[in-house]
Design a protein around this ligand. Structure first.
Ligand code: PLP
Length: 380
């Protein structure tokens, strides 16, 4: 029996009619110009990305996976260890492997879904050359400055896979600005998209030069066919840059809208009285609310809870940030050190409530009422 509620989608990618017209006009311009890749829209996109993230350099590429691999190649991780959270996307570790390094998995702090400094210290090996921190769901751990200071004291680099955290800040500092370089993704699920795309932000002139070499087949320059690095085709096309540029200009308003929804959820569901416990933003962190994560009580069947919310209340929760940690994936099982229990708990108990920029207060209320009804019905 269908329920009486309109369906609330888990997420939405918003391009208004004005956005579509603006994009179409400029793509027409690109087609007329014949400069389809590494052109003026790409440069404009890079300038505006750098300004929006308070970064000296922004180098766009064709995915967030590419930006990670380029950053790692630029630091030559061949035969070296890189500390990577177990609770992250496949690409964070896969990029280390692709660049010739070994990911050393770190456990998760269940309160923040990030990595603690204590855990970093515990996982250091004689071959560790760097730390990759991931800002899950858009939350930046309050320990970031301490982690940066620790990396400096050990003479190793710190990088950020900030794919979730474009526009998030900690004590006013942007995600991507805490270490040597930061990577962002413009995949369509993210807070803004260019359809496919990514960017490396850095304050380091050498990293910026290297990134430009690597993204274009390691060529000495755009018009020169001599190869000086093991690069690849990681270029961002002009039509992608046009789409990204438009969404980037909408980003502050889109993040504000997400924050408004998150505040409604916090006010209604905070404190955990309704069965679920919303993840609290770390002190000093202003999140972009890429995801709104709640933790389910121990033992709750997540699949059943999500099906109940959908079938009884029209509330469609998205997939989890990560359903399982990296070492539970067949191809990464060999990275399991055997003691990543907190990651397993964090991945196993999380659920993501619908959140997107064009979400209405009425839709948010429907989600809140749905969660309360689920609690009353004993679903969690
Ligand atoms: C944490 C994280 N790292 C890396 C990526 C890879 O980005 P892309 O899909 O643009 O390659 C993603 C998302 O897709 C991600 O969520």
């Amino acid at each position: 029996m269908p329920n009486a509620f309109p369906a609330v989608p888990p997420t939405r990618i918003d391009f208004s009619p004005e956005d579509r017209e603006w994009i179409a006009e400029r793509i027409k311009e690109v087609l007329e110009s014949g400069r389809l890749t590494l052109g003026s829209f790409g440069e404009e996109f890079e300038r505006e990305l750098a300004a929006s993230l308070s970064a000296k350099h922004a180098i766009t590429v064709n995915s967030g996976t590419a930006s990670l691999e380029i950053m790692l190649r630029a630091m030559d991780v061949t035969g070296k260890d890189v500390l990577v959270p177990a609770n992250t996307f496949f690409a964070t570790a896969a990029a280390v492997i692709a660049a010739g390094g070994r990911p050393v998995l770190m456990d998760t702090d269940v309160a923040t879904l990030s990595t603690s400094l204590a855990e970093i210290e515990r996982r250091m090996t004689p071959k560790t050359v760097g730390i990759m921190i991931v800002h899950i769901a858009g939350f930046i751990t309050a320990e970031m400055p301490a982690i940066a200071a620790y990396a400096k004291s050990k003479n190793i680099w710190l990088m950020e896979d900030a794919a979730h955290a474009q526009g998030s800040t900690l004590n006013g500092a942007h995600a991507g600005s805490f270490g040597l370089a930061g990577s962002f993704s413009f995949y369509p699920t993210k807070v803004m998209t260019s359809a496919e795309g990514g960017v490396i932000v850095t304050g380091d002139d050498r990293m910026a030069t290297e990134a430009k070499l690597y993204r274009d087949q390691g060529k000495a320059s755009f018009l020169q066919n001599t190869h000086v690095r093991m690069g690849y085709n990681w270029r961002l096309s002009e039509p992608h840059a046009v789409i990204g540029l438009r969404h980037l200009r909408n980003l502050p308003a889109m993040i504000k809208a997400r924050q408004r929804i998150a505040a409604l959820y916090d006010a209604a569901l905070g404190g955990g009285a309704n069965g679920v416990r919303p993840l609290a933003a770390p002190k000093g962190c202003v999140s972009n609310y890429y995801k709104y994560v709640v933790m389910l009580p121990e033992g709750v069947d997540r699949k059943k809870a999500k099906a109940w919310l959908r079938d009884e209340r029209g509330v469609n929760c998205s997939g989890e940030v990560y359903e399982v940690p990296l070492h539970k994936n067949e191809v990464l099982r060999h990275l399991d050190p055997g003691d990543l229990k907190q990651s397993e708990i964090a991945c196993g108990r999380q659920m993501c409530l619908p959140i997107f920029a064009s979400m209405t207060d009425a839709q948010a209320q429907q989600v809140i009422d749905g969660v309360k009804a689920a609690k009353a019905a004993g679903v969690f």
